[in-house]
Design a protein around this ligand. Structure first.
Ligand code: CU
Length: 364
């Protein structure tokens, strides 16, 4: 049975999740469920907040921005419209750790077409042909020989937030067809962003050049089901071919996202929920790639037993419900779910939640 989309920011119509099973949070829905109810408390709050901002003279930069923020992009004429299921879902499982203390990691920049919502194709700039790029998984103390190869049409670079290394030397721009290697040591455990740092940086970020680094602590944490989630915004404009979409720097600078997503595609973990067992420890390594929005990370129906800001176990917080992850930052969340069911993970920043930032954890 489909459940109503309590994450929509649209007022006056009932909307439903576009794919798969709906979100099982009916107890929180109340009047939203009623036929013809029209306005739910979240929608009303969004509209009231928008009105308050406007009254205070603090509206979004243009009338279009205000409009786009109060409606899902899929309902705005001329904007990308999701339809149907994604062909593939990004595998959120943390890749296995190679036990060697010496690692050799090669990443290649590549242009690629990425499906960012059902049927919406994005001409992306990527690491390794994916958005986000492949997860880098190492252990604290590891020595990492890192090579960036440029297999695309313009200069790119790497910026590894887990590394201590001179920016002017090792984060320099590599030209097409060239490669560059340097060594770094994983001194700090945690979950970190990596990205292209070639200017203009926002242009390279909004086109898809980011990913996550997980550095396991030297003293291993308890066993858990581990997933990696990278939140990001997508700002799109119609490509010249009239069928695909390019990144749009102007929409990014005006903070008018078409989609806000986990692991590069809108609502994909509703189509294929993250699986876990009842009573099993779940560890979510979450990076906020931005480029601009803060994440208010939350799992509906659950409480985080432990949160490690930046993923470092020395930074432990207990019993948290919603935690801020800044753009460029990360955090690791541990939770144990006592009952079988569906538990949506979201950014609780509700002007953006309905733009694709809703996935499901499903426990059995
Ligand atoms: Cu780049």
């Amino acid at each position: 049975m489909k459940q109503p989309d309590i994450f929509s920011t649209q007022v006056g119509r009932r909307r439903f999740l576009g794919v798969g099973a709906g979100v099982a949070a009916a107890s929180a829905v109340g009047a939203v469920c009623g036929a013809g109810a029209g306005v739910n408390s979240y929608d009303q709050g969004t509209r009231e907040a928008a009105g308050a901002r406007a009254a205070a003279g603090a509206a979004a930069p243009t009338p279009a921005a205000s409009s786009d923020h109060s409606m899902p992009a899929s309902t705005v004429p001329g904007r990308p419209k999701a339809s149907g299921k994604l062909a593939t879902v990004y595998d959120a499982a943390l890749p296995a750790l190679d036990s060697s203390p010496k690692k050799a990691i090669v990443m290649e920049s590549k242009d690629a077409v990425i499906e960012v919502a059902g049927g919406v194709l994005f001409n992306a700039w990527t690491f390794e042909g994916a958005v986000p790029g492949k997860v880098i998984h190492v252990r604290q103390g590891d020595s990492v020989d890192f090579t960036l190869k440029n297999g695309s049409q313009m200069g790119h670079s790497i910026d590894l937030h887990a590394a201590q290394t001179p920016w002017n030397i090792n984060y320099k721009t590599i030209l097409p067809g060239e490669a560059y290697s340097f060594n770094w040591k994983a001194n700090f455990p945690g979950v970190f962003m990596y990205h292209c740092g070639t200017g203009p940086v926002p242009q390279h970020l909004l086109n898809g050049m980011y990913g996550a680094i997980v550095v396991d602590p030297a003293e291993a944490l308890s066993p858990a089901r581990e997933y990696v989630l990278v939140q990001s915004e997508l700002y799109l404009k119609q490509a010249a071919d009239g069928t695909k979409w390019d990144g749009d720097l102007n929409r990014m600078l005006a903070v008018q996202p078409d989609f806000v997503v986990f692991n590069g595609a809108a609502n994909q973990y509703q189509q294929q929920p993250l699986a876990a067992s009842v009573g099993e420890r779940i560890r979510l390594h979450v990076v906020n790639a931005g480029p601009t929005l803060f994440s208010a990370f939350h799992v509906i129906g659950a409480i985080f037993d432990r949160v490690y800001p930046d993923g470092n176990p020395a930074n432990v917080l207990r019993g948290m419900s919603t935690c801020t992850i800044p753009p460029g930052g990360g955090a690791t969340f541990e939770l144990v779910i006592p009952d079988a069911g569906q538990y949506p993970f979201v950014t609780h920043s509700f002007a953006y939640t309905g733009l694709g930032a809703v996935g499901l954890i499903e426990t059995t």
